[in-house]
Design a binder for this molecule. Structure first.
Ligand code: PEP
Ligand code: MG
Length: 325
């Protein structure tokens, strides 16, 4: 089976009736690029930059960050690399940032909230990303967006970063695309408004599931309640995809759910444009998509959205896969 899957490395994820979906990889470090290249990712859908900041005694400098981003951009060549700006806080801490101790860190000072409060730190990262954009096809993505103003404020700092580079005669991609993660129910519910401010969405199902169901993603005692197959989460996902398509834009997914081959059938049916996952999952998901028929998956996905129980929904999906794939 392994051999058969490896034959798919250079094939597209295309359904029997001709619908394609982009298969992308998540990375945390430039060294993750080995398996990304080996398994033929069509893009990097999520570069988690926080690892550059962790296990350090101080913030990485602009040039240290530039080096890391440039390596990834160059290795991918013409293929897109979505670099997510710093998402620290929540479960990830860094001593030198002196983050406040909080009762509810997942509801607290994290990700874009911290970056908009520490403009110099944020601008340094944006300049490093912009500089690297000259060496490949980079896209910028802001995490944990909940409010319209956050997109505008982040973009204002991005414009300042661009202006500084222009003054310094440093080249960058003037048409760099900017997207946001959709990982809270609030953002999903206003996707039709947020999409007007950005070029694309990527759904972060780890957090979207946690926040929609009010279930701590790391708490074992209640993890039986944690499922992205919950109809409430799936309906939000559908809303986000539809809102982006209405504006002629695209939506990807970069949470764990994107690497679940069973979920892939459903996500295809919901109309998702890109799936980003750990490199080792890509072949299985691609294989699954290539066995699907989009028109039929779409019908099935619609039915699932009307179901009330997670179990019922999963059983129906299992049955569908047994019968049709
Ligand atoms: C997510 O929330 O689904 C996501 C991809 O971001 P992270 O897991 O890094 O919070
Ligand atoms: Mg997240």
């Amino acid at each position: 089976e392994k051999k058969a899957l490896e034959e798919l490395i250079h094939e597209e994820a295309i359904t029997l009736d001709g619908k394609t979906i982009e298969i992308a990889a998540n990375i945390g470090m430039p060294k993750d690029m080995d398996s990304v290249l080996r398994y033929g990712a069509q893009a990097i859908g999520l570069y988690r930059t926080e690892f550059l900041y962790m296990d350090q005694v101080a913030c990485p400098t602009e040039s240290e960050q530039f080096d890391a981003y440039k390596i990834v951009a160059e290795k991918m060549g013409a293929k897109p690399v979505v670099i997510r700006t710093l998402d620290i806080g929540g479960d990830k801490s860094v001593d030198y940032l002196k983050l406040p101790h909080e009762m509810n860190p997942f509801l607290g000072y994290r990700a874009i909230r911290m970056c908009l409060d520490r403009e110099e730190l944020f601008k340094t990262q944006l300049k490093a990303i912009l500089r690297a954009s000259h060496y490949g096809k980079i896209r910028i993505m802001y995490p944990m967006i909940t409010h319209m103003e956050q997109v505008q404020q982040a973009n204002t700092i991005l414009e300042q970063a661009k202006a500084e580079l222009i003054d310094q005669h440093i080249p960058f991609d003037k048409n760099i695309e900017v997207g946001i993660m959709i990982e809270t129910p609030g953002a999903a519910m206003m996707a039709d408004l947020l999409i007007k401010e950005v070029d694309f969405f990527s759904i972060g199902t780890n957090d979207l599931t946690q926040y929609t169901l009010a279930v701590d993603r790391g708490n074992e005692k209640i993890n039986y309640l944690y499922s992205t197959f919950h109809p409430g989460v799936l309906r939000l996902i559908k809303k986000v995809i539809d809102a982006s398509h209405k504006e002629g834009k695209w939506t990807g997914m970069c949470g764990e759910f994107a690497g679940n081959e069973k979920a892939a059938v459903l996500l295809l049916g919901l109309g998702l444009d890109e799936l980003s996952m750990s490199a080792v999952s890509m072949m299985k998901v691609k294989d699954m998509i290539r066995r699907c028929t989009y028109s039929s998956a779409k019908e099935m996905a619609h039915k699932l959205l009307d179901m009330a129980y997670v179990n019922e929904l999963e059983h129906h999906l299992d049955d569908y896969i047994d019968k049709h794939i």
